[in-house]
Design a protein around this ligand. Structure first.
Ligand code: 8YV
Length: 327
């Protein structure tokens, strides 16, 4: 059998995944001190053949400058790879892989949950009870807005957008979407969604907006102050993609001015350093980047990472390779 690859892991993974990694490869697990210091990553890059990275690591030009001759691949634990300079990786001949497909349903589930949580005021209601402040029911208490019959506008109709579209349809919403191009005829028939070529035309015409596109140079601050201003005052916005797609300061301002009805966010522009203007608002449901955090998805993501490394170790082309042309 092939020589075991020297693998370095930058994050704590589920125990079962770590066990399998140690069986198959010459694995160095994530050091106990977390978050892992940057120097540790750069040091590991000098001798490792494979690095298992996460969104916490900047796999940038400095990383590739520090990387040693042995480095063959960075296997990202996650589908989004906006923290990886894939052009630089390609220039250096380093393979980049991600984990597509295995967290689609989980992320779509959480997005649907956020839409419901914001429109039906789950968090406000639950906190009211927890504080012991629910003692008498009234018909006008905690009124939210139904999502049945409403229009959902999805930005980015890839795997996750499509999984969300199916769920939204089952809840009685009509689905609209903006994407670089319309989906294939087969997908269009399956999801029954209306395509908007121009995002600015879609935004004022929907009740709920969900962001499900990758973060690329083109989608950075896609929802800037001007675009956010196109939303209707009763609209809600949810983001389970990447924080940088929304201008967070502009969004906080809009919420405070009651120009939109609510937001559900799982991702933020900077960590640490969520805009404090978002805090303390009853109509902002803020989650700690947990849309793909299920026992099942984390296992499947680990399996996918392992499959990619094992394939490389066996001398073949890893299945989930990402290349600059995909941007
Ligand atoms: C992960 C994610 O939790 O896959 C992604 O793009 O954002 C999440 O599923 C995170 O990226 C882990 O690296």
């Amino acid at each position: 059998s092939a020589k075991k690859l020297k693998v370095f892991v930058t994050v704590k993974l589920p125990d079962s995944v770590e066990t399998r990694l140690r069986e198959l490869f010459d694995t160095t697990l994530c050091p106990d001190k977390r978050p892992m210091p940057r120097e540790k990553l750069l040091e590991a890059a000098q001798s490792a053949e494979v690095i298992i990275s996460s969104i916490n690591d900047q796999i940038d030009a400095d990383f590739f400058a520090a990387a040693g001759e042995p480095l063959k691949m960075v296997a990202n634990f996650g589908v989004g790879y906006d923290h990886i300079d894939i052009q630089n990786a390609a220039d250096k001949g380093v393979i980049i892989t991600n984990t597509p497909g295995v967290l689609t349903e989980d992320t779509a589930e959480m997005t649907m949950g956020l839409i419901l949580a914001v429109s039906r005021r789950f968090v406000e209601g639950a906190e009211t009870v927890q504080r012991g402040e629910f003692s008498e029911w009234s018909p006008t208490f905690m009124m939210g807005r139904r999502i049945y019959g409403k229009r959902l506008g999805i930005i980015g109709m890839g795997r996750i957008g499509q999984a969300l579209a199916k769920r939204a349809k089952a809840f009685g919403m009509s689905v609209h979407y903006h994407n670089r191009k319309p989906v294939s005829a087969r997908v269009a028939e399956e999801i029954g969604a209306t395509y908007w070529d121009n995002l600015d035309d879609m935004l004022p015409r929907v009740d709920v907006v969900s962001i499900n596109c990758p973060r690329t140079p083109e989608t950075f601050h896609l929802l800037n102050a001007e675009r956010l201003a196109l939303l209707q005052p009763h609209a809600i916005l949810v983001n389970t993609a990447r924080g940088e797609i929304i201008d967070e300061a502009a969004l906080a301002h809009l919420l405070r001015e009651h120009k939109i009805a609510g937001v559900g966010l799982d991702v933020y522009e900077r960590l640490p350093g969520i805009n404090p203007e978002l805090f303390g608002l009853p109509n902002a449901v803020l989650l700690p980047h947990m849309a793909s955090s299920t026992i099942e998805a984390r296992q499947d993501m680990g399996d996918r990472v392992i499959l990619n490394i094992k394939t490389l170790q066996d001398g073949h082309r890893p299945p989930d390779r990402v290349i600059p042309a995909m941007l």
